[in-house]
Design a protein around this ligand. Structure first.
Ligand SMILES: [Zn+2]
Length: 107
């Protein structure tokens, strides 16, 4: 059903199999209203409120403590699994052919 979680995007540590400390509703809730999405605390939730989720690289298990939050579990999983491409973050993209030394030897 859910896509498998990749290692932490910051430190590379594998995600714990027991997700109870790693992936959880974080206590903030949201509801869509005519003027847009409204966020509120657990105290003010209604039966229409939806929980926000956090994915956490737990320090107590050797992780780096990084957290990513989103409005749904599916969204936080997708954010956690997202990896920046060099072009997206403005780094030069290296042509893989330049790294292939076997072609060099054939010249
Ligand atoms: Zn980490």
């Amino acid at each position: 059903m859910n896509e498998e979680l990749k290692p932490c995007p910051f430190c590379g540590r594998a995600v714990d199999r027991d997700l109870s400390d790693t992936l959880y509703p974080n206590g903030t809730y949201w509801i869509d209203e005519p003027r847009g999405r409204h966020y509120h605390s657990r105290k003010n939730r209604t039966r229409h409120s939806q929980p926000c989720w956090t994915m956490h690289c737990t320090e107590c298990n050797g992780g780096c403590g990084a957290e990513i939050s989103a409005d749904t579990e599916e969204e936080v999983r997708a954010k956690w699994n997202c990896r920046a491409s060099p072009a997206l973050i403005g780094l030069p993209v290296i042509d893989p052919d330049l790294l292939d030394t076997s072609k060099e030897a054939g010249k």
